[in-house]
Design a protein around this ligand. Structure first.
Ligand SMILES: [Zn+2]
Length: 265
């Protein structure tokens, strides 16, 4: 998300979006890290470790802050892994000045959502997809040892979003697909493109908290960004899924978990 172009309740959510939480035997090429059952998740007996990547401070909040707030409220551990600190977002300020400002905004936002911020150390507008970065992200995610990773959909008009999505995808492949990978959308139509959701999460209950987290990014013109892009998107995803406001995801399933089309074997 840049300043300028720049599932009902949790139990039902589990049944829809997080059917994948029942780490099935079908994870191709890799052993499931854990065996979660929907009943356990729904009862909150088992705490998940969730990592959410974003290219810039604000991307995870705007893209899936309502869902992440639901996870943290349910007692799951959530880490926002910001690939950059949004250094390039104001030509009137130096990268160092913006990094300080946007790091503070990210920390404020994460405190509202009760998630932990972490910074990967790349520079806004200058992210690179290469051997070293792929190895670095593989190691970083391995250290965090997640059950689920959320990241930006890489078909996106912003190169940093492309890089962020692909770094996460490569790390997931190298981890032998042992955790679940979900993609989220931002500024759909101008940034995210070609996004056909597989799963929806009802964020009606956490919507106000999400708004507060978004609006903590004061340098990013958050009110106009919300009104122009994210308010209509939340309502549209809500209409699609039969709730007031929703966030949508693509669950990037391992080959063996792909659904079968009815009538075909
Ligand atoms: Zn962004």
């Amino acid at each position: 998300m840049k300043k300028t172009p720049a599932r009902r309740d949790f139990i039902k959510l589990s049944a829809l979006a997080l059917g994948g939480l029942a780490f099935g035997p079908g994870l191709a090429n890799g052993k499931p890290k854990n065996t979660h059952t929907l009943a356990k998740i729904a009862q909150g007996d088992e705490k998940l470790n969730i990592v959410c990547l974003g290219a810039h401070p604000g991307d995870p909040e705007f893209g899936c802050g309502g869902t992440m707030a639901r996870y943290s409220e349910a007692g799951h551990k959530v880490t926002f892994l910001y690939v950059t600190r949004g250094e390039a977002s104001d030509p009137q300020k130096t990268f160092a000045e913006m990094a300080v400002l946007r790091t503070k905004e990210a920390e404020t936002s994460c405190a509202i959502l009760q998630v932990s911020p972490l910074f990967f150390g790349e520079i806004d507008g200058n992210t690179v997809l290469d051997k070293d970065r792929n190895s670095g992200m593989e190691k970083q995610i391995s250290l965090l040892d997640p059950d689920m990773v959320f990241t930006q959909w890489p078909v996106d008009g912003h190169p940093d979003h492309q890089v962020t999505g692909m770094l996460a995808l490569t790390a997931w492949v190298r981890a032998k697909k042992k955790y679940h990978l979900y993609f989220y959308e931002v500024n759909t139509g101008t940034e995210t493109m070609g996004f056909t959701p597989t799963d929806y999460v009802d964020i009606t209950s956490t919507h106000e908290k999400k708004k507060a987290a978004m609006f903590a990014h004061k340098t990013q013109d958050p009110i106009n960004t919300y009104n122009d892009y994210f308010k209509p998107l939340e309502e549209f995803r809500g209409l699609e899924s039969g709730v007031k406001q929703a966030e949508a995801f693509i669950h990037f399933k391992a080959e063996g978990q792909r659904a079968l089309i009815s009538g075909l074997k």
